[in-house]
Write a protein that binds this ligand. Structure first.
Ligand SMILES: Nc1ncnc2c1ncn2[C@@H]1O[C@H](COP(=O)(O)OP(=O)(O)O)[C@@H](O)[C@H]1O
Ligand SMILES: N[C@@H](CCOP(=O)(O)O)C(=O)O
Length: 287
């Protein structure tokens, strides 16, 4: 049996901690034979192979007496790069508990568990449900709603350095004034209205008008401003800091990507540019 979980790109500009999109990079987890102890094979130098691995740890948080298995994990999702690797690991762990423990969790239950563990819904909800998802916690529970899929391709510029989400969150101010918070949320509100109304004539400008997190994080990801400028030149819809960074995501027509890539290279921006697309399925289990 194999569990397949997409990566996710959070925030989309002003949707800080609430908007996220599943994208076509995947973590796969093969559930192999039962074993005396939990073992997870993978090629990542910095991730554990025993039950302290986040995937197994998550599964055991949900059902402590799951029978140990030999697992094999492969992932195209770069760790600590703003593409939701930790959320994909958490969602894989929830699905592992679900199948081995025969829990028959509903999507709503998976969303509730995942949001509780991750703390914010913007990565875990699209990783579970697929597509573009908007969510929040209210009165002690989480609500998540799927928005129309963006009819564009994606180009993810992935700098070589890592940026842990916790470090990128530490760069944010502890508080905003009422005026700042009101305007930041008004921009996000109109963005969400634009997404549901398919008003792509407005969506791009609103996505690039975040007032919550991109400015304080720009010093950690100096490439953002230049990539955004090049995105405009290449006719992109919008460029935003993917999650906590350092990946910079550009939403663009597929046919515009070669020129965008060429302009990036001319500007000396030569880190990998992943040509991906929104994922519509979310987590999948294949026998
Ligand atoms: N495939 C994986 N298996 C197990 N743990 C993982 C995996 N991917 C990420 N993690 C955990 O998530 C951490 C990175 O989380 P975070 O800093 O939030 O980055 P990201 O933006 O990629 O989610 C890693 O240090 C590791 O503990
Ligand atoms: N809203 C969070 C999203 C973090 O996403 P990640 O992919 O960097 O883990 C934030 O911006 O801190």
């Amino acid at each position: 049996m194999q569990i397949k979980v997409p990566a996710s790109s959070a925030n989309l500009g002003p949707g800080f901690d609430s908007i996220g999109m599943a994208v076509s990079l995947y973590l796969t987890l093969d559930v192999l034979e039962p074993s005396d102890e939990w073992v997870i094979d993978h090629d990542f130098d910095d991730l554990p192979h025993d039950q302290s691995n986040m995937i197994i740890d998550t599964a055991l948080k949900i059902k402590a007496d799951l029978p140990p298995h030999h697992l094999k994990m492969q992932s195209a999702i770069p760790v600590a790069h703003g593409l939701g690797s930790s959320s994909s690991a958490i969602v894989a762990g929830i699905e592992l508990a679900n199948v081995l423990g025969k829990l028959q969790l509903s999507n709503d239950e998976k969303v509730a568990i995942a949001c509780e563990i991750e703390g914010h819904p913007d990565n875990v909800t699209p990783a579970i449900l697929g597509g573009l998802v908007i969510g929040t916690n209210v009165n002690g529970h989480f609500d998540a709603i799927q928005a129309p899929l963006l009819p564009y391709a994606l180009a993810a510029y992935v700098p070589s350095y890592n940026l842990k989400t916790a470090d990128a969150r530490a760069a944010l101010p502890a508080s905003l004034t009422l005026k700042q918070a009101t305007h930041g949320s008004a921009i996000a509100n109109v963005l969400v209205a634009g997404l549901f109304a398919n008003r792509y004539d407005l969506v791009g400008e609103l996505m690039e008008a975040d007032e919550f997190h991109e400015q304080p994080r720009a010093k950690l990801v100096p490439e953002l401003a230049k990539i955004r400028e090049i995105g405009h030149e290449a006719g992109a819809l919008a460029t935003y800091l993917s999650g906590a960074g350092p990946t910079v995501m550009t939403i663009i027509d597929k046919q515009g990507i070669p020129r965008f890539k060429q302009l990036l290279l001319q500007a000396g921006l030569s880190d990998p540019l992943l040509e991906i697309e929104p994922d519509t399925e979310g987590v999948q289990v294949v026998d």
